[in-house]
Design a protein. Structure first.
Length: 238
């Protein structure tokens, strides 16, 4: 875990110190800390992160406010830490670029578990890329998903795509014209022991559509099959 960079962002120094201590005991050595939104952005402008643990309530700007800015400069996995427990707050976090959330008070070992689960899925994906001997570029008309490069190209232009959004889109690309329920997608992409609910899938589907569809409100590629789930439509080669 020496190559994994983790950024902890929380104005409560005791929480940051506790998390840092637990993470170091679990073998993570590259840990960065920030107590304000501006400090976090400064660090991200200079260092590539793999994981960001981001408190929602910060003294200068909220975690929700800086998340879109983070997404402009980083594709790191963002885990929100929040005392807010309403569905609206949770969905807001996903909609603006977050990947997971945990509510205060929390057990620090749960954060460690979520980070490790995320890294296991990431490493598994990288291993699959290394052993692939067939297609690693998936063509769907106006967009292409390049698995090996980890890129989404829409009409020839690279479009930024957060890691979890990319993994979900890649899963659809590998299984075109198949219908998947939200539960099936959660298990396949987030993991069978995921702590998140099916609202996460809804938000990530929308984020994919915003990138690949001409009109996200009237999708042609990633469509809803009423009562069953979602599928990525690919026309058969003529």
């Amino acid at each position: 875990m020496e190559n994994i960079n983790i950024l902890l962002v929380d104005d409560e120094k005791s929480i940051v110190k506790m998390l840092e201590t637990v993470l170091r005991k679990e073998g993570f050595s590259n840990i960065y800390t920030a107590h304000t939104a501006n400090e976090a952005i400064d660090i991200l402008n200079n260092t590539k992160m793999d994981i960001i643990v981001l408190d929602v309530m910060l003294p200068d700007k909220s975690g929700f406010e800086i998340c879109p800015k983070i997404r402009e400069i980083s594709e790191a996995f963002i885990l929100f830490v929040t005392a807010r427990v309403s569905d609206l707050d949770i969905l807001t976090g996903f909609a603006i670029g977050g990947d997971d959330y945990i509510t205060k008070p929390f057990n620090p070992l749960e954060i460690v578990a979520r980070i490790k689960a995320r890294l296991r899925r990431s490493f598994k994906s990288e291993e699959q890329v290394q052993v692939l001997t067939s297609e690693t570029r998936y063509h769907f008309g106006r967009f292409i998903v390049d698995e090996e490069a980890g890129e989404l190209l829409v009409e020839g232009e690279v479009v930024k795509c957060p890691a979890q959004v990319f993994l979900l889109l890649l899963y659809f690309c590998k299984n075109p014209n198949r219908v998947f329920s939200k539960d099936q997608l959660l298990e396949a992409v987030w993991g069978i022991n995921s702590f998140i609910d099916d609202n996460t899938v809804i938000v990530h589907i929308r984020r994919i559509r915003e990138r690949i569809e001409r009109d996200p409100s009237n999708p042609e590629h990633l469509v809803t099959v009423r009562g069953l789930g979602y599928k990525l439509v690919k026309e058969k080669d003529k």
